[in-house]
Design a protein around this ligand. Structure first.
Ligand code: CP
Ligand code: NVA
Length: 304
């Protein structure tokens, strides 16, 4: 029994296997081939925060694999009235085959996983967003034909998606340039772990210099869920970190631009760039479905 709480829970070899499997599932879906690999399996999905992509892609993934997904809003569960996480984890483990959680505080997922006897999947916490980033590796692979030795530049807030991408780039042997204001640097423990894995991470505060050799430029919101009260301060701090046509003049001609979405056009990225030929944001969103099917099969599938 395994959990997927951090990107670091997956090995380099498994990343390759997941991408291969996700691509196969994507092709099968296009051909109309149906599979029931998860027949009679249930996934509980606990959301403390809103979601469009994660909720819908996991639910459709379970349905298309012949299983069932339950959407559970934190406040509609007894959790919202104070039932302990450790009790909820053990009760749900008696009903379902896996639990996906989206929570404010990463420690909640860790505690849940400690007591759960079924696999726990991180559907976003303040620290990481592993399902997003594993899907993104698939998208990069589809567009660039490889991962190893590519250069990926992060521009903006050193947030949960950035943390997961730092670990993913280390595992996939991609170089990573991180361009954030100093106050909004990524989590130092994550950076340390990525370096231990062998990651090559460069910090460059000037976004124009940071994008110069990039094959991929990735950005995300400046104000993540739960940070709404910091809005004014953050808008000021990230002012020069917008991904726009001026910035991309400094990048390679065949650069791709990524964003996990939801995007705030006019803040971290312009409408023009999201709608441009550089943008692969809708491929990223689609690949959540295929990659999460692959993840579910790895964690709770019996036959392939
Ligand atoms: N990227 C992502 O996780 O989107 P949602 O918040 O819509 O799930
Ligand atoms: N960093 C964003 C990602 C949303 C999918 C947030 O945490 O709100």
């Amino acid at each position: 029994m395994r959990h997927l709480i951090s990107v670091a829970d997956v090995s380099e070899k498994e990343i390759k296997e997941l991408i291969k499997l996700a691509k196969k599932l994507k092709e099968d879906r296009l051909k109309g081939v149906t599979t029931d690999y998860l027949k009679n399996k249930s996934l509980a999905m606990i959301f403390e925060l809103p979601s469009t992509r994660t909720r819908v892609s996991f639910e459709v993934a379970m349905t298309e694999l012949g299983g069932h997904a339950l959407y559970l809003n934190w406040n509609d569960l007894q959790l919202g009235r104070g039932e302990p996480i450790k009790d909820t984890a053990r009760v749900l483990s008696r009903y379902v085959h896996a639990v996906m959680l989206r929570v404010r505080d990463h420690r909640v997922i860790e505690e849940f996983a400690h007591y759960s006897t079924v696999p726990v999947i991180n559907g976003l916490s303040n620290l990481e967003h592993p399902c997003q980033v594993l899907s993104d590796l698939m998208t990069i692979y589809e567009h660039k034909g490889e991962l190893e030795n590519l250069m990926i530049t992060w521009v903006g807030d050193g947030n949960n998606v950035c943390n997961s991408l730092i670990l993913a780039s280390a595992l996939a042997k991609m170089k990573m340039v991180v361009s954030t204001p100093e106050k909004y640097s990524p989590n130092p423990e994550i950076v340390k772990k990525a370096i231990e894995i062998g990651g090559k991470i460069i910090f460059e505060r000037d976004p124009r210099r940071a994008v110069v050799d990039a094959d991929v430029v990735y950005t995300d919101v400046w104000i993540s869920m739960g940070q709404e009260r910091e809005r004014d301060e953050r808008l000021k701090a990230f002012n020069k970190y917008q991904v726009n046509s001026e910035l991309l003049k400094f990048a390679k001609k065949d650069v791709i631009v990524m964003h996990c979405m939801p995007a705030h056009r006019g803040e971290e990225i312009t409408d023009e760039i999201i709608e441009s030929k550089y943008s692969v944001v809708f491929d990223q969103a689609e690949n959540r479905l295929h990659m999460q099917k692959a993840i579910l099969l790895k964690l709770i599938g019996e036959k392939l």
